[in-house]
Design a protein around this ligand. Structure first.
Ligand code: GLP
Length: 241
């Protein structure tokens, strides 16, 4: 495990973007795994700038997002499809056909999840997986208790996740109760994992995830067993303030 600590969120975002850009330059056909949430917004903004100002080329990059809320259409402002379009995809030259993200309103959810898992394999697996961490240690929407063998599937959201994410919705009742998410085994099969965390509110869970026992109670703790893990934190998330 390699841990990088940056002074603040802006520096973390810049450094994270440099790392991702380097991966793309080394392998222009890279398959990236992407995460939503507020933590990755600065990274995506910087990648957009790098495309515009430095010609960072996404023409042959393929992306798979970790998760999506069940029922939210891509034009719903709180859907992860919407967030990815606004924060990254509309800002770079990635072809639409190279973008994969679970489709919220899909009728046959199980079949869709199986298809998602299969298409990841068909594209050769994920080379570099960007990951955020939930307040309860979730990765993607793999809530505490998720099996380490899990693959892409539909899950019920944890009470804490619903509460944490309520700030983005008009009311807590509007937060979807279910999501589709890559499984923990899907994530662990990525050749390299890149975990980002920022802010004091993430410090405790980061410590548990990186230094505590590997347990399904803290889904992110499994990343300790990943052979190629890079973690990037700001000082507050690293408890260095
Ligand atoms: C969300 C998403 C994750 C995300 C994580 C952290 O609920 N399901 O994919 O990485 O929680 O979110 P944030 O960066 O907003 O703290």
């Amino acid at each position: 495990m390699r841990i990088i600590v940056e002074d603040n969120y802006d520096k973390l975002s810049e450094k994270a973007a440099q790392i991702v850009a380097q991966k793309i330059r080394e392998n222009p056909r890279i398959v990236l795994g992407l995460a939503t949430g507020v933590t990755t917004i600065g990274l995506y903004k910087e990648l957009g700038r790098m495309y515009k100002e430095e010609g960072l080329d996404f023409a042959n990059v393929t992306t798979f997002n970790l998760d999506e809320y069940v029922g939210l259409a891509p034009d719903h402002p709180q859907s992860y499809n919407f967030a990815m379009n606004e924060n990254l995809f509309y800002k770079i030259n990635i072809p639409e056909t190279n973008i994969f993200i679970p489709y919220g309103p899909v009728r046959n959810i199980e079949k869709h999840c199986q298809w998602y898992e299969k298409i990841i394999q068909e594209k050769g697996g994920i080379d570099f997986q960007i990951i955020g961490i939930g307040g309860n240690g979730h990765i993607g929407f793999n809530e505490p208790g998720s099996s380490f063998d899990s693959v892409t599937r539909v899950v019920d959201l944890d009470e804490k996740t619903i509460k944490d994410n309520a700030r983005f919705f008009d009311s807590i009742n509007d937060v979807p109760k279910q999501a589709m998410t890559m499984g923990i085994s899907t994530i662990m099969n990525a050749k390299e994992c890149f975990l980002l965390a920022s802010g004091e509110h993430k410090a405790e869970i980061i410590e548990k995830a990186l230094k505590g026992p590997v347990t399904t109670d803290v889904p992110a703790s499994i990343l300790q067993n990943h052979p190629n893990l890079i973690v990037i934190l700001d000082k507050t998330a690293a408890k260095q303030n």
